[in-house]
Design a protein around this ligand. Sequence first.
Ligand SMILES: C[S@@+](CC[C@H](N)C(=O)[O-])C[C@H]1O[C@@H](n2cnc3c(N)ncnc32)[C@H](O)[C@@H]1O
Length: 244
Amino acid sequence: MRRNFTLKMHDYIHRPEGKRKFNEELFSEVAPRYDFITRALSFGRDKRWKDELVANLPESESPSCLDLACGTGDLTFRLARRYRRGRVVGLDLTGAMLELARRRNFFGNVQFVAGQMSQTEFADESFDIVTGGYALRNAPVLKDALEEIRRVMKPGGTGAFLDFSKPPNRLLQKVENVMLKAWGGFWGLVLHRNTELYTYIAESLKQFPDSSQLKRHLEQIGFRNISSKKHFLGMAETIIVRKM
Ligand SMILES: C[S@@+](CC[C@H](N)C(=O)[O-])C[C@H]1O[C@@H](n2cnc3c(N)ncnc32)[C@H](O)[C@@H]1O
């Protein structure tokens, strides 16, 4: 395992290009441990949240699906299993994550591509379904990512996003921040001897809109029928939207 992650989060994540670079380095470092850490940080719940997200997508015979920030392919493969006659594209910024996803892939209807979620090379209105697991919080500029999602989605299409979630209440935000920092710091120390790595979750969530604001942003971008399900005392949330 590489042990050369030396970037200091605060030098990077407050500028769009810095945040992109930090993410790429961060996920190159954590890739070999990513699947384990996702289970550990969510107390083993992440698998069920992802199963539920895909189960709640619309019935469709052969939709075209895009999984943004696909990582090692957790949601991508669930989409491929659910829509066996559909086409599924997983897109991610980080080569090391994509390499693991490609190695895990046994589906003929899945393709993985390198790219940025805010600026993809897909044609307008090319996907029926767009998903993102822990994706939007990492966008260098959230508005750009949401506009890109809307651009590539067909009218009537569905978006489904799972991520850590920030409560609107300031006191609860502080409590959540302390908990996430402590939990992330602990696992960073145990797995990488570096507390910086997983405290990024708490820090990126600080920059991210709270749960109510996020839904307003989605509505302003033009998404409708916004529904959501909170998980784990509201610390994570799945949001499903339609493009009308
Ligand atoms: C926390 S992982 C989520 C992986 C997977 N979706 C899941 O649910 O387990 C976040 C992923 O976002 C990717 N990422 C970060 N910034 C990105 C960007 N600007 N564009 C595309 N992918 C990005 C990272 O490389 C990483 O694989």
